[in-house]
Design a protein around this ligand. Structure first.
Ligand code: AKG
Ligand code: FE2
Length: 343
C-alpha cells in the first residue's frame, strides 16, 4: 500500500511508462485504472501499438518471402519443417546433448524449465548453433514477425513437465503475452507428441479485430483486481469457450517432428499444451525485445552475445541478492546436466 505521498511521487513514473511496453495493471496504477480504461486508455494503447507495428513490419517485408507474409497475415505464425539440413541438425542436436556447461533451472508449478544462455563459452561448445543464429530465414522471420530489426534474445530451453508435484504450469492456460505484437520462436530439438506438452496457438488470433479490441477493453476494466496473477501483470488469459464469439477457431497443436521451426506473434492466443505424463521438450528459443511505440524498425545496437551476457549478468545479480539474504533466486545454477537430462 502506497501512502498518498508515495502515490504522488509515482504518478510521473507511471505516466512515462504509458509510452513503453509496461503492462502491469497491478504495479502501474494508471495502466490499471478502471476509470481511465473505461475512457479507453488500454484500448488506445493496444490499437496504437498495432498500427505502429504494422508500419514497422511493412518496412521489413523484404526479409521474408511473399508466401511467409501471407501465412503470417492469415495465421499469426510461420512454421517450417526440416528447418536445418539433416546433417546440420544431427550435429546441432549432438552438440546440445553433449553440453555440460553451466545452465539455469527454475521450477514453475509442476514444471521445470532449463535455460542455457548463448554466451561465448556456450557458442564455442556448440558451434553448430551459429548455423541457426546466422540463418537468413531465422533472422528474417523473427525480425519481420517481431516488426523490429534487432537481435532477439536466444536460449536453449528445456521444458520438463510433471517433474514435481505442484500446481499446473502457468503457461498452460491460453493467453496473450502482452498488449502489443511481439515475437517468439521455437526450433524444436526433440519430436513433440500431441500429448507431451506441444505449443498451441489459435490461428488468426494475432489480428486486432473489432471483437478482440472489445475483449481487451472489457478485460482491462477488472484486470487490476483479477484473482489471476498473470492477468494482473497484463498477460490476459482467455477461456477457450470464448473463442467462437470472437470469430476464432480452436487452438492448433504443434505436435511436430524435431527440426521444425515455429515463429509466432504472441499477441495471438497461445499456450503450452497439456502433457499426459512426464515429458521433455528441448528447443532453441528466441523472443524479440519489445518497445511497442517506437516508429523506427532498426537502430538497436544490442548484439546477440551482448544480450546473452546480459542474461548471465542478470542471473549472477540474482545470486548476489540471494547471498545478501534479500530474496531467494528462483533460477538455480546447475552444472553437469545437459539440456536433455531428466529432472
Ligand atoms: O512453451 C510453450 O509452448 C508456450 C509458452 C508460452 O506461453 C510462451 O513462451 O510465451
Ligand atoms: Fe506465452
Amino acid at each position: 500500500m502506497l501512502a498518498p505521498i508515495g502515490w504522488a511521487a509515482m504518478v510521473p513514473v507511471w505516466a512515462a511508462q504509458l509510452v513503453t511496453g509496461a503492462k502491469s495493471f497491478e504495479r502501474n496504477r494508471i495502466i490499471g485504472s478502471r476509470r481511465l480504461n473505461e475512457y479507453g486508455l488500454h484500448a488506445a494503447r493496444v490499437s496504437l501499438a498495432h498500427r505502429v507495428a504494422a508500419s514497422r513490419r511493412r518496412r521489413l517485408s523484404g526479409l521474408v518471402s511473399a508466401a511467409d507474409r501471407q501465412d503470417f497475415a492469415r495465421d499469426g505464425f510461420v512454421m517450417r519443417r526440416d528447418f536445418l539440413a539433416a546433417a546440420e541438425f544431427v550435429e546441432l542436436r549432438a552438440q546440445v546433448e553433449a553440453y555440460r556447461g553451466a545452465l539455469r533451472e527454475i521450477v514453475e508449478g509442476d514444471t521445470v524449465m532449463r535455460k542455457v544462455a548463448l554466451d561465448s563459452p556456450a557458442l564455442a561448445a556448440m558451434p553448430a548453433l551459429a548455423g541457426v543464429l546466422g540463418s537468413p530465414q531465422w533472422r528474417g522471420l523473427i525480425r519481420y514477425i517481431g516488426s523490429r530489426d534487432a537481435e532477439p534474445v536466444v536460449w536453449i530451453q528445456s521444458i520438463l513437465r510433471h517433474a514435481h508435484d505442484g500446481p499446473p504450469d502457468p503457461q498452460t492456460a491460453l493467453h496473450a503475452d502482452t498488449f502489443h505484437p511481439t515475437v517468439k520462436a521455437w526450433l524444436f530439438l526433440t519430436d513433440v507428441a500431441a500429448d507431451a506438452g506441444p505449443f498451441t496457438y489459435v490461428p488468426g488470433s494475432h489480428r486486432l479485430t473489432r471483437e478482440r479490441l472489445a475483449w481487451e477493453r472489457g478485460m482491462s476494466l477488472a484486470a487490476r483486481h483479477s484473482p489471476n496473477a498473470e492477468i494482473r501483470q497484463g498477460s490476459f488469459r482467455i477461456d477457450p469457450a470464448a473463442l467462437p464469439a470472437m470469430g476464432l477457431p480452436e487452438p492448433r497443436r504443434f505436435d511436430v517432428p524435431a527440426n521444425t521451426l515455429v515463429v509466432a506473434d504472441t499477441f495471438g492466443f497461445h499456450a503450452r499444451g497439456p502433457s499426459a505424463g512426464r515429458s521433455l521438450r528441448v528447443e532453441i528459443w528466441a523472443y524479440g525485445r519489445r518497445s511497442p511505440f517506437v516508429p523506427w524498425a532498426g537502430f538497436d545496437p544490442w548484439t546477440a552475445t551482448a544480450l546473452a551476457r546480459r542474461s548471465v549478468v542478470g542471473w549472477r545479480l540474482g545470486d548476489i541478492i540471494e547471498r545478501a539474504g534479500i530474496k531467494p533466486h528462483r533460477w538455480r545454477r546447475r552444472v553437469g546436466v545437459s539440456p536433455f537430462d531428466p529432472a
